[in-house]
Design a binder for this molecule. Structure first.
Ligand code: FE2
Length: 424
């Protein structure tokens, strides 16, 4: 049989080595050792790691790459970031949002990320960002799966026109219902917003992904509400709680009640380590809290935990190049997850766990799945994390859509020359 693409001699994330991956018709046809066949293109994997593409489960594409517009966030705080976004909003245009988002998508593809869930602010009554990102979703479809969340960033009840705007955004084709209960005026309003938004999702047959308890408040209770509404409405597995940073600060006794409720609801959890570690704990002296949710404990309880990049060069975060290995690397440090299985689990948090959160079809390196993969200059997932390894090839539907030369350094010591890379 003639395949479109044959990637020879790779190591898989589960440790199987000397494997070949054959792709034809946009789908993986075989994953076996020494496939005896020809192909339109053959890549020598040199024993490096082939993984399914990275998945970013939480991003804000409407504000990305706007760093410095109209000014920099001098304090680096969440509140100054929100104020800055408010200053920028009146000056936004569809063209400018779209242009930045398309530039960003190119960064993501180069890093091997081929699926992104992006929240989009619907509290601008013009819905410019919605229109811009719907166009980006369609234009990028051949190369990248973009899922959009209708995000009432200024509060579903706290901003008077959110309900109307959210319905308009969903009517336009936005995929997922968002929310921000901890930003409502009261805890009761927050709970009511969770209830109302989950009911909208149930009525429309959509998924839910809320910014939920993105605070250091140990008494915030919106994760509990999200779990309860999910179970009440039979939305198990279709609802995601993003950030959940308050869980870092909660009393252990209460968490021992909360995690089983989350499990009952089959909530997906998304942590955003790069942003949580920089924005949370800002009101603390020392000791200073590390505001990432309880990733290790949630994984141990059997919940699906993914990680997101959240921001790249915007009012909230001045850094980043959209590298999901950066995200997992930060996450395993903050979560003290340096055990072998824990590091592998963090690699999964930016690959398979993300695919489950987004509900992606045809994901994975198995026959019948889409012919999508990334070849990394690393021998296994832990080395990929350690090195934030170069993406040698990014493949979509059996076609190479990004390539980076193998990184080697020439050392000139004692008058001689030797080559060095950092793999072991
Ligand atoms: Fe976010």
């Amino acid at each position: 049989m003639l395949f479109d693409l044959l990637v020879r001699n790779v190591t898989l994330p589960d440790g199987r080595a000397n494997m070949d991956i054959a792709i034809a018709g946009g789908r993986i046809q075989a994953v076996e050792p020494a496939i005896a066949a020809e192909a339109g293109r053959v890549i020598d994997g040199e024993g490096f790691l082939a993984a399914p593409p990275f998945v970013d489960s939480h991003f804000h594409m409407d504000s990305t790459l706007s760093l410095g517009m109209p000014r920099l966030n001098l304090s680096g705080t969440l509140l100054e970031g929100i104020a800055l976004w408010g200053e920028l909003k009146p000056h936004l245009t569809v063209e400018a949002i779209k242009s930045r988002a398309l530039d960003f998508c190119r960064l993501a593809i180069a890093r091997g990320t081929l699926a992104i869930r992006s929240h989009v602010d619907i509290c601008d009554d013009r819905l410019l960002a919605v229109d811009a990102l719907l166009e980006v979703r369609d234009e990028m479809k051949p190369w990248l799966d973009l899922q959009l969340v209708a995000f009432p960033q200024d509060g579903y009840f706290r901003y008077a026109r959110s309900a109307e705007n959210l319905a308009r955004a969903l009517d336009k084709g936005v995929d997922v219902v968002g929310g921000i209960p901890h930003f409502e005026r009261t805890m009761a309003d927050g709970a009511a917003s969770v209830r109302a938004l989950c009911e909208i999702a149930a009525d429309r047959g959509l998924m839910v992904d809320m910014h939920c308890d993105e605070s250091d408040d140990p008494l915030s209770r919106h994760v509990e509400s999200l779990a309860a509404e999910t179970t009440r409405l039979g939305l198990q597995g279709r609802v995601t709680g993003s950030h959940l940073t308050s869980m870092h600060s909660m009393d252990d006794y209460y968490v021992s009640k909360l995690i089983p409720l989350m499990r009952e609801a089959a909530l997906n959890v998304v942590a955003n380590p790069l942003i949580n570690i920089t924005l949370q704990g800002r009101h603390d002296g020392y000791p200073k809290r590390r505001g990432m949710t309880r990733v290790k404990e949630l994984m141990a309880a059997g919940l699906n935990v993914a990680c997101g990049h959240d921001c790249v060069m915007d009012p909230w975060y001045p850094l980043g190049s959209h590298d999901m290995l950066d995200v997992a690397h930060m996450g395993l440090h903050v979560g003290q997850m340096t055990g072998v299985d824990e590091m592998r689990a963090m690699f999964a948090s930016v690959t398979g766990n993300g695919a489950r959160t987004l509900g992606l079809d045809g994901y994975g390196l198995v026959p019948g799945a889409f012919g999508d993969l990334v070849l990394l200059q690393a021998r296994d997932p832990i080395e990929a994390l350690r090195l934030r390894a170069p993406r040698l090839f990014v493949v979509r539907r059996g076609r190479v859509i990004a390539a980076t030369p193998k990184v080697e350094t020439c050392l000139h010591l004692d008058g001689g020359m030797s080559r060095l890379d950092f793999t072991r």
